[in-house]
Design a binder for this molecule. Structure first.
Ligand code: SF4
Length: 65
């Protein structure tokens, strides 16, 4: 299944930066993580899943179709 939407639960994000290290083409972290507007979810599907699995706050969510 393809990932069609990715979002961050900002209340759960600690701003640790791990998601940006894992996939800087999709995530950027300032105080909290954000999903880049032009992110290509198809190209970085594996990295998005890895970032969500590894997020210490379980703050990364995605929707598949
Ligand atoms: S890995 Fe999780 S807690 Fe860390 S910056 Fe990214 S979304 Fe926030």
């Amino acid at each position: 299944m393809a990932i069609k939407k990715v979002w961050i639960d900002e209340d759960a994000c600690t701003g640790c930066g791990l998601c940006e290290d894992t996939c800087p083409d999709v995530f950027e972290v300032d105080d909290v993580a954000k999903v880049k507007e032009d992110a290509d979810f198809d190209e970085f599907e594996d990295e998005i899943r890895e970032a969500a699995d590894d997020c210490p706050g379980e703050a990364i969510h995605y929707e598949e179709e």
